[in-house]
Design a protein around this ligand. Sequence first.
Ligand SMILES: Nc1ncnc2c1ncn2[C@@H]1O[C@H](COP(=O)(O)OP(=O)(O)OP(=O)(O)O)[C@@H](O)[C@H]1O
Length: 304
Amino acid sequence: MRRLVFIINPSAGNGRALKKWEALQKELTGDYQFYFTKFPRHAVELVQALDPAIKTLLIAIGGDGTVHEVIEGSLERPRFAIAALSAGSGNDFGRTYTSVATKDEIETLRQSSEDNPMKLGNLQTASSSYIFVNNAGFGFDAEVVYQTNRSLWKKRLNRFGLGKLAYYGVVVKELLTFETATIELTVDGQAHVIPKAWFLVVCNQPYFGGGMKISPNSNPADDILEVTVVSDISRWKLLLLFGTVFIGWHTKLQAMKQFSGQRCQFAVSRPMIGHTDGEYCGRLEASQVASAHLLSQTWAMPVK
Ligand SMILES: Nc1ncnc2c1ncn2[C@@H]1O[C@H](COP(=O)(O)OP(=O)(O)OP(=O)(O)O)[C@@H](O)[C@H]1O
C-alpha cells in the first residue's frame, strides 16, 4: 500500500480547499500525512522534502496552481503518483487527469499500484524555462489572468464570494483596450505569419481557462503539442467565441487556427504577457523568440 500525503492550499478557491479538507479529514481513517501550503511555490518544497524512496500517493487539494506545484515537486521522483481533489477556481487539471472527491476513491487509489506516465510541456523564453502540465500561452487570456490577480477588486469581492465579478470586469476592460499583434509561429519547421492575433496557447490537454475545451485533440499521454492562435476577429465576436468554446463549435471558426507538432517557436510584434497553467510567467518582448516542446521526463498519474 502506498504512503498517503495530502498537500492543501488553504487559500485556493477562496477558502473552498480548506473547507473540503476539513470535511474529508473527519472521514479519514488509517495513516496519512498532511501539509498546508503557506506561500506560492511552497508545495514544490513540501513534496521535495518527502522521502523519495517510499511509494507515495500525493493528493493535491486546491486549483491548477497547486496541482502544478505538486507535480513540479515530484519530478525525478518516479515512486510518487499525483491525483487532485479539485477545489480551486479553474480546476482544468481535474477535467482530464485523475481526480478524487471521496475517502473511498482515495482509498482505492492508495491500494492500487497502476500508474500512467504523463507528459509535461516546457516553455523557454529568453530569460527562463518553465514547465506546464496543462498549457502555456501569451496574449489576451494571460493579460486577463494577470490583471485579475493584481486587482484590488478581486480581494474585496472575494470576501463576499464574488471574486468572479472582478474577472468578468477585467475581461470587458481588456476586450475594449487590448491591442492585437502579429505572431510569427514555426511548428516542426513550418512557418506561419498570423496578423491581428489576440492570443496563442500551447496545449498538452484539451481544457483551459476553467472548462473551455479549446484544444479537443490534445492528449497528455501522446508526443504531440497543439498550438491554437485566435486572430482577426472583432472584439465582440471574440466574446461570443469564448461562449462557443464551452460547446466545442469554435474549431469551425476561421478566427481559430490550430497546429500540432513536437516543437514550436514563436515571436510577437508587441510585448505580451505569458502564463503557464494559468499563473503569470513574465513578458515576451517584441521580436524575442520563445519555444515550447514536451519533456522526456514524465509524472505518474494513478489510474482510477
Ligand atoms: N497559503 C497561501 N496563500 C496564498 N497563496 C498561496 C498559498 N499557498 C499557495 N499559494 C499560491 O496560490 C496559487 C493559486 O492556487 P490555486 O490555483 O490552487 O487556487 P485557485 O483558487 O484556483 O487560484 P486562482 O484564483 O489564482 O486561480 C498557487 O499558484 C500557489 O502558489
